[in-house]
Ligand binder design. Structure first.
Ligand SMILES: NC(=O)c1ccc[n+]([C@@H]2O[C@H](COP(=O)([O-])OP(=O)(O)OC[C@H]3O[C@@H](n4cnc5c(N)ncnc54)[C@H](OP(=O)(O)O)[C@@H]3O)[C@@H](O)[C@H]2O)c1
Length: 243
């Protein structure tokens, strides 16, 4: 089984490791390996793939920029997957499509991305997870302004990225076959609590209470999974103490 993971971030590394552990051959493609999904010929780059995992990302709060990036990535990968006869596996986020959070441009982009994937990919699985444990540090990097970093008020049920990667490996080798899969971590917490638990954050975290309907939705649990959502991986507290 030949698996191509598009996206070189922390998720690309974790997914490649999990898929390799199943005995698949894995290639990672991103700009740092010479492949730009928005510019290069994806059908040529993805030729020979049985499974293509789309784990590209660009952090932006702009609806326009997020929509352009995520739909552009998925249109290219979905069409290429159809052309080479591969299974397209897309990473997404639990509840990113909820109307109360569409004011957050990144989530509007993810919602548009899912719609494009459904329309262009003949063989598609969308794997949605809640925010990863690693998201606390990603947020500090993305929201850093000099010596401080802003931490939006968010109530979430975070999940270990390695546990999500294992689910994606199950999908890649055909052990799971649903068109949409949702997973979450075992506990409800806040991004602030997770951030305060990080060893050596390297920056001073500052709470950012987002105003209005969207801020209330983030704080009030709109991003929490439905009660019946599959729980995977360790508890955040056990994960962080093992780091
Ligand atoms: N973070 C979370 O908690 C979370 C939770 C659930 C789902 N997700 C979803 O999982 C996906 C991956 O998230 P992430 O946090 O790992 O993403 P990320 O770190 O923002 O980006 C992943 C990689 O995408 C690659 N990339 C960016 N532009 C590209 C381009 N034009 N062509 C090819 N590759 C490009 C980059 O590698 P290069 O610089 O080498 O190009 C980057 O390392 C996203 O769709 C995200 O929404 C994230």
């Amino acid at each position: 089984m030949r698996v191509v993971v598009v996206g070189g971030g922390i998720s690309g590394v974790a997914i490649s490791r999990a898929v390799e552990a199943r005995g698949c051959s894995v290639t990672r493609l991103s700009r740092s390996t010479g492949f730009d999904v928005l510019r290069d010929d994806a059908t040529t780059a993805l030729a020979g793939a049985d499974v293509i995992v789309e784990a590209t990302g660009r952090f932006t709060t702009s609806r326009k920029a997020a929509t352009q990036f995520f739909t552009g990535s998925t249109r290219a990968i979905g069409r290429a997957a159809g052309a080479v006869g591969a299974h397209h596996v897309l990473l997404s986020i639990v509840n990113c499509m909820r109307p109360e959070v569409q004011g957050y441009g990144y989530f509007a982009g993810k919602t548009a991305q899912e719609a494009v994937a459904r329309s262009v990919s003949p063989h598609l699985t969308i794997v949605r997870s809640t925010q990863w444990f690693e998201f606390a540090r990603q947020n500090l990097d993305r929201m850093r302004f000099g010596p401080v970093a802003l931490v939006p008020g968010m109530t979430i049920a975070p999940v270990a990225l390695d546990a999500v990667a294992t689910v994606i490996a199950d999908v890649a080798v055909g052990e799971r076959s649903a068109r949409e899969i949702e997973v979450a971590g075992p506990d409800t917490t806040t991004l602030w609590t997770m951030t305060k638990a990080l060893p050596g954050p390297g920056v001073t975290p500052v709470p950012l209470p987002i105003p209005g309907r969207m801020g209330r939705a983030f704080r009030g649990g709109t991003l929490l999974p439905a009660r019946e959502t599959e729980v995977v991986g360790p508890r955040f507290q056990d994960w962080i103490t093992g780091k």
